[in-house]
Design a protein around this ligand. Sequence first.
Ligand SMILES: Cc1ncc(COP(=O)(O)O)c(C=O)c1O
Length: 443
Amino acid sequence: MNAPVNKFVNDYAKSGTARFHMPGHKGRKFHGLEALDITEIRGADYLFEAEGIIAQSEAKMSAAYGSRRTFYSAEGSSLCIKAMLGIVSRSAKGKRITVAAPRNVHKAFINACILLDIDVEWIYPKGEFTSICAGSVTPEDVEKVLAETEVDCVYVTSPDYLGNLSDICGMSKVCRKYGVPLLCDNAHGAYLKFLSESLHPMDLGADMCCDSAHKTLPCYTGGAMLHISSHAPEEYDGYAKEIMSMFGSTSPSYLIMESLDLCADYVSGDFPRNLERTIKRVTACKERICSFGWQAVGDEPMKITIAAYKSGITGDELADRLREYGIEPEYSDTQYVVLMPSPFNSEEDYKKLEKAFSEIRQPRIRLFGDFPAIPKGIKRMGIRQAAFSAQHAVNVEDACGLVCGMTVTSCQPSVPVAVSGEEITTQVIKILKNYGIDRINVL
Ligand SMILES: Cc1ncc(COP(=O)(O)O)c(C=O)c1O
């Protein structure tokens, strides 16, 4: 194995050195992993000024992903998303930037807009969409916005939480035509690089993307990567660490960095083979579940998303039934249940899942009259201005016609229902209620 961060920390843990440095546990067992939890001692490198073992590990990960540079985050894609937008802002040399983005962004994007005072030109898909997670747009939708509006970059979320993939390749061609960078929230798609034919944004033409290693690779929660492609403006490389350190802690977790380091070794070795085998098993499992009458949606080979409502049961109810079988899904809402397998699931796990889906009753009644379609926001004020304005909480029923203060997202999947500065309409109220949100901050 070639994992320099892990080697350093394991050697240190065995050395018997008296730890007169942070953290306070001094490497003694308290939770369990203390021996390997260190700080920036001599030789351990600094995440945001990496020149030693962390830089070596990042270079190895970069080679595995075919990026020009890859930077580690111990604070998830949430940090990388702020960093990507910060890098584009930095390269605008003081000008306030405008970003074109489909509405199904993660909350971290909104936080970046608030912190960096970014204006957003929302891109809406042609058809109606009824889940805040979905709503991916086409290259034509992107081109329409670029032709009509002056924006500094395009930002897309692909895969989305339900497993839909956008046409990153098509969008990157459009972006290049208009001379703007394409940024991709690939939080759910770290594994896409290692398919027999890569579907990773770095191979499809994106300029920058973030991958949550912890979502699909064997990495501790919080481990993520920011990739910069070889065709992105060169100045991005120099800005990346500087901007990441603006938003990140000065005490990044070594446990998470060690875990990323091991992943760099794993993806460069056994992972593609394991992934291929797992995809075959996941595909067979999906087919089996569908043979019982359930409907699977989404394009991602490694997600099983069931449109429960089409079988007459809400996603939340289906998730509860699955729990009775000892299965914990990744996500559920009124419509969907999302399951996320990985090569680390056992054959027993798949058997359990197939048994559950074969036995859970499908009432096959029409559950909902209609799902409120996600509306086009009516902008009354900038996101930052609204987020920092004086505001008070009201019941959502009483918010009609008022302006949203702090952006409202459902707890999971953290996609905004009402964005700071937008008018609350009856349609927005319906959606808020659909996601179980009762109170909202208004100006
Ligand atoms: C689409 C999407 N983007 C970004 C994030 C943030 O990722 P992280 O949890 O690694 O900070 C999430 C988290 O669930 C997500 O679903």
